[in-house]
Design a protein around this ligand. Structure first.
Ligand code: EPZ
Length: 418
């Protein structure tokens, strides 16, 4: 297994370009299943999770063509409606094929995704929504089987705001008979991006980005070409890296409008920002100010930025309270950060009090989930001495060549093939 070795101390300087959004690309690539023809997407990031979803889509009989700057899929015929365990276990977002397959083919059999490091990750909202649309759902031998002659429009009120359930049911509703209302829907930019692609295919989705989304079913969707929006979490990760190393970095090809809460928190810790149309310059503060953070569904503070901000706040001038409200186990990075000298006290599994220390020391640390791994790399950028981050396959799921991009900003970092 590969490792990444970081030597701390260099303030990051220069320009870094953000890749396409993993969390926009995954549902958008899956939406190709709804179209009896070709769909082409550009600016798709080269990530492990993207390769996994494309392997699954190909497994269903879709012709997938990956060129340098575009992914083309031809779902004229779907030969199989089963997403097998060995593919789904690699990437839980595979559950997103359920809605499109039932809607287009009348049937789907998808392995239950199961939990992951950050939580149990249930899919009850996905299944309840499909049942409300007339699907029969059977859970057998670790698989979800869903069937419906033709889904019918329904009014679905989500108990919890769920990005995946909103995406799954929005896609399912595009070919349903009648009107579907998704209430208490997720409002992430990735939801709007998916709705734009679906409408480009001829679907009728209104209200994406608000808590109430209305989808009027149509009988057929047509081929589309689209470009994936920038990854707001990758962009935020580089901005935190600039701020905590006291650097001066311009993050290019990003979408500042998708990052208001992150930018606001960066200013609160003392960073100076110059916000452009598709770039943000971040000048790190001499002293990092302590700030409190409470994660929330968009447009609140993103849970996917929590670990990165915690890494920065371990060096703040004072104590910060971080409340993780989305996932039940998203503080796995705490024990590794403490091994580097951080002073963090947990209350239950959702509140962390981070007392700033003068310095961190490099150490051997273990990556556990995608964003926790990023927080360990960030800490290595400022720690005294060498930090070795093990099991970096977690990182490769969501960051495209992170060590190359950071080295381009002056970091002393390399990957050791394992
Ligand atoms: C998406 O996951 C993202 N992944 C996650 O990013 C992100 O952290 C999360 O949304 C929240 O913003 C992708 O888009 C591929 P949810 P998702 O359904 O859709 C509960 C990353 O690092 N819930 O919005 O799985 C759930 O347990 C990843 O890039 C139910 O109870 O998240 C959680 O507490 C990590 N029942 C809350 O809702 C359900 O049926 C939010 O989960 C579904 C979810």
């Amino acid at each position: 297994m590969d490792k990444i070795v970081v030597r701390g101390g260099a303030p990051l300087q220069g320009h870094v370009r953000v890749s396409g959004s993993k969390n926009a690309a995954l549902p958008i690539l899956v939406s190709s299943l709804l179209v009896g023809g070709e769909t082409t997407f550009r600016n798709v990031p080269g990530l492990m999770d993207i390769h996994s979803i494309l392997d699954l889509i190909a497994e269903l009989g879709v012709k997938v063509n990956r060129s340098e700057d575009a992914i083309t899929m031809d779902a004229t015929t779907i030969a199989c409606v089963e997403a097998p365990y060995d593919l789904v276990r690699k990437m839980r977002a595979s559950i997103l094929v359920l809605g499109p397959l039932v809607s287009r083919m009348g049937r789907a059999k998808v392995s239950m995704p199961g939990g992951c490091a950050i939580g149990d990750r249930p899919i009850d909202l996905h299944l309840k929504g499909l049942e409300a649309m007339g699907a029969t759902i059977r859970l057998e031998q670790g698989y979800v089987e869903a069937e419906a002659k033709r889904l019918k429009g329904a009014r679905i009120v989500f108990d919890t705001v769920s990005v995946g359930a909103t995406e799954n049911l929005m896609m399912a509703a595009t070919l349903a008979d009648g009107v579907t209302l998704l209430s208490n829907a997720a409002r992430e930019p990735e939801i709007i991006a998916l709705a734009d692609v679906l409408n480009g295919m001829g679907a009728r989705v209104e209200g994406a980005g608000t808590p109430e989304i209305t989808i009027t079913g149509v009988t057929k969707l047509s081929p589309v070409e689209a470009r994936i929006i920038p990854d707001r979490i990758e962009a935020g990760t580089f901005m935190v890296a600039a701020a905590m190393t006291g650097g001066d970095v311009v993050v290019d090809a990003c979408e500042p409008k998708h990052m208001e809460h992150t930018l606001n928190k960066l200013e609160q810790v003392g960073a100076t920002l110059e916000v452009g149309v598709d770039s943000v310059r971040v000048i790190g503060p001499k002293t990092i100010k302590n700030v409190d953070i409470r994660t929330a569904p968009y447009p609140g503070f993103p849970t996917d930025m929590q670990a990165q901000f915690m890494a920065m706040l371990t060096l703040a001038d004072g104590a910060s309270v971080i409340h993780e409200t989305i996932f039940e186990n998203r503080f796995i990075h705490v024990s590794e950060l403490k091994r580097m000298g951080a002073n963090i006290v947990l209350k239950g599994n959702d509140v962390a009090t981070v007392k700033g220390v003068k310095r961190l020391s490099g150490a051997q640390v273990m990556a556990s989930d995608l964003r926790a791994s990023a927080s360990l790399i960030l800490s290595g950028l400022v720690a005294e001495g060498e930090t070795v981050v093990n099991r970096v396959y977690h990182l490769d799921r969501g960051y495209e060549h992170i060590e190359t991009k950071l080295r381009g900003l002056g970091a002393s970092i390399e990957r050791v093939k394992g």
